[in-house]
Design a protein around this ligand. Structure first.
Ligand SMILES: C[S@@+](CC[C@H](N)C(=O)[O-])C[C@H]1O[C@@H](n2cnc3c(N)ncnc32)[C@H](O)[C@@H]1O
Ligand code: SF4
Length: 355
């Protein structure tokens, strides 16, 4: 039996009373193990886990990230947040990532959104943050409201390199915020999980151990990984690091992608994008101001997109560039929503320093 078929069968075992397939898991290790399990067909069960991109604004400028290059940034309107929290729960979503392309600690109402999601019944709310704004007062509000896990992204082990890689001199602040979050868990008795991820480049791979020694006593799990090409949006990243092809999250993988079958991101504009890294909006499959979540998930555009993945007919989609680590011309699924960005690497001094 093929791996894909075996994975697909496991995922078909529905939990009682819940339409969505089983959880991806609470630990990073479990998530990695489960990420490819899915129902690889034209209309899979509605996903258990999705991402709500509360804002595309960010306070940092990481050299390997597309965020600094995107124009027309936006924060999701409160009405849209409340609507999608309710609608997604009705569809079977139980696990919710409250971030995607930006920095969610910039959103003032984050604690209220976490509290509302918990009131509705979400089982697992998680966030990934650069941590610079997760100061004791802001972090406390979000954790007290019921956040289940917080992952700090720290992409260097020394303040000087951190400034070059993340574009802000925030290393000490972030470590101090992480320390506070760790101590607060002991003090408060809350059960949230704490993770640290580090994206390493050629310049920073020898800092992995340095950062590990600093953060490991404070956290549950540590996840250093090489940079990716950001869903085909950052071919330039090949210059600053090695894009590996053995992990689905590394991008540059050539077997089937789980993303079209297992979840999606709701953008700050209320669009549905089939991929969590779709900065250019090449993979928008629907608009919540026009259709419901379920209509979009089962709609023709999404189905055709999945069919192309099943048939390995990806040339012309950004997925081809992502999976094959290429830089070929791309046709968006819904051209009216595309947001190709100007890349200014030639002029970008940070990028040069990161080489
Ligand atoms: C885009 S950020 C958004 C959340 C938040 N701003 C943060 O930095 O954690 C989500 C995650 O993507 C990671 N990331 C960004 N660019 C990447 C790349 N080229 N390769 C691998 N991971 C990347 C970040 O380090 C972070 O852990
Ligand atoms: S990785 Fe996160 S912190 Fe860095 S620029 Fe991208 S969105 Fe901002």
């Amino acid at each position: 039996m093929s791996d894909l078929k075996a994975e697909s069968m496991q995922a078909n075992e529905k939990e009682e009373g819940v339409y969505a397939p089983a959880s991806l898991g609470r630990t990073i290790a479990d998530r990695k193990k489960n990420i490819k399990k899915g129902n690889y067909c034209e209309i899979p069960p509605f996903p258990r886990e999705i991402f709500l991109d509360l804002t595309s604004f960010c306070n940092h400028r990481c050299v390997f990230c597309s965020n600094p290059h995107i124009k027309n940034k936006k924060t999701m309107e409160p009405d849209m947040v409340v609507r999608v929290l309710r609608e997604a729960y009705e569809c079977g979503v139980r696990d919710l990532g409250l971030y995607a392309t930006g920095e969610s600690f910039l959103v003032k109402s984050l604690p209220e959104y976490v509290a509302e999601a918990k009131r509705i019944g979400y089982e697992y709310l998680f966030i990934t943050t650069n941590g610079a704004l997760a100061t004791p007062d802001r972090a406390k509000a979000v954790l007290d409201a019921g956040l289940d896990s917080i992952k700090f992204s720290i992409s260097a082990g020394r303040p000087e390199t951190y400034k070059i890689i993340q574009g802000k001199d925030d290393f000490e602040t972030v470590i101090s915020n992480l320390r506070w979050v760790s101590n607060y868990r002991k003090e408060s008795g809350l059960k949230y999980r704490i993770y640290v991820t580090m994206v390493y480049t050629n310049k920073t791979k020898d800092e992995v151990e340095i950062l590990r020694n600093i953060v490991q006593p404070l956290i549950d799990e540590w996840d250093p990984h090489p940079l990716n090409n950001q869903c085909g949006n950052m071919y330039e990243n090949n210059k600053i690091g090695e894009i590996l092809d053995h992990s689905p999250r590394a991008r540059g993988h050539t077997n089937i992608c789980f993303q079209p079958f297992k979840g999606f991101t709701i953008t700050p504009e209320g669009l549905i994008s089939a991929c969590v890294l779709d900065y250019s909006k090449d993979l928008v499959v629907g608009d919540l101001t026009k259709n419901s979540l379920k209509e979009i998930w089962e709609g023709e555009i999404y189905r055709n997109f999945r069919k192309r993945h099943l048939n390995k007919d990806l040339k012309g989609l950004i997925c081809y560039n992502c999976m094959h680590n290429q830089n070929e011309p791309v046709e968006p699924l819904m051209p009216e929503y595309v947001q190709h960005f100007e890349k200014d690497f030639e002029k970008n001094k940070d990028y040069e320093k990161a080489l």
